[in-house]
Design a protein around this ligand. Structure first.
Ligand code: GLU
Length: 304
């Protein structure tokens, strides 16, 4: 059993990231497994090594150390190129020349768009281009590569919340700037690192369906998924910088130590009382008897 935490090193970890890290650590350690950290730093415009190092420091402050040196995705990009080559050989990908704006327009034109334009599935605009059309469009912009999903319906079996079926759209595996995309690299790395159990926030539940298609096409096996709720603000929305104090350095300014934060995280998962000092060893003892994720408290109110 091997678990992992895979942050993007683009800013200090906030209480939501930290809670996911704690849950993944407890999940792996309960099974006496290893726990790894992987930095999703392929987007060179926003990812910083120093930020990743700060993130490791925050994890250590709560009592979590990875069992191997962290993996930086930017160090292993050949791995992703090889995986893409294999998918190309299988004819599993196609070139997509759509700009974001074109995709939005196509989705809006399809009046039945279920999720509204932002989360809407790619409508397949470029899926049947002829080679002449591709050559012409390549003169204007380089293509992204999309995985041909054939409208597959995939059922994700989640250890925390049961079965969820998704119709998978044709998703991007390589962006048009040549950078390998999240849904590809996550699968390639989880397999390469020997990860067996994926604990992460439930905003990625539907992505698991895409990732299962990639794993299947590359014969990388199956993973156990256990998605956990996002920590939200008092309006029930995902945390953003506007929500104020939510990282260890920020709450320290308001007198909260890392231990105090760990108590909040533990209490939010039903593993401790609201003002009870705890450490990771104590939480590990309690984890097997934790309440279901539906009973977790997910609202972060910054200390005043
Ligand atoms: N980097 C993603 C995030 O911070 C997590 C990816 C994953 O766990 O698969 O939300």
């Amino acid at each position: 059993m091997t678990g992992r935490f895979a942050p993007s090193p683009t800013g200090d970890l906030h209480v939501g990231n930290l809670r996911t890290a704690v849950a993944s650590w407890l999940d792996a350690r309960t099974a006496a497994g290893e726990w790894l950290v992987r930095f999703e730093d392929l987007d060179a415009a926003v990812a910083r090594r120093e930020t990743g190092v700060d993130q490791l420091r925050a994890l250590a402050a709560l009592g979590m150390e990875p069992d191997a040196p962290p993996l930086w995705q930017s160090d292993v990009v050949e791995r992703y190129d090889e995986a893409i080559d294999r998918l190309v050989e299988q004819d599993a990908l196609y070139q997509c020349f759509c700009s974001r704006r074109e995709i939005r327009a196509a989705v809006a034109a399809a009046a039945q768009a279920p999720n509204g334009p932002a989360g809407a599935p790619y409508p397949g605009t470029c899926s049947e281009l002829t080679s002449a059309e591709r050559s012409r469009r390549a003169e204007d912009r380089p293509p992204a590569l999309r995985f041909r999903s054939h409208g597959a319906e995939v059922t994700v079996v989640d250890h925390n919340s049961g079965h969820h079926s998704f119709v998978v759209d044709d998703f991007v595996v390589r962006r048009n700037d040549g950078v390998a995309a999240y849904n590809l690299v996550v699968v390639v790395d989880d397999s390469a690192q020997g990860v067996t159990s994926i604990v992460r926030a439930d905003d990625l539940l539907s992505s698991a369906a895409r990732q299962m298609l990639v794993a299947d096409a590359l014969a990388l096996g199956e993973f156990r998924y256990a998605h956990v709720p996002l920590v939200v603000n008092s309006d029930g929305e995902r945390l953003t910088k506007r929500d104020g104090a939510m990282t260890l350095p920020q709450v320290a300014e308001r007198g909260w130590s890392a231990d105090r934060v760990l108590t909040w995280l533990a209490a939010s998962m039903g593993l401790a009382d609201a003002d009870e000092p705890v450490d990771m060893a104590t939480l590990l003892e309690r984890w097997p008897d934790r309440p279901s994720v539906t009973e977790w408290h997910n609202t972060w109110l910054p200390p005043s």
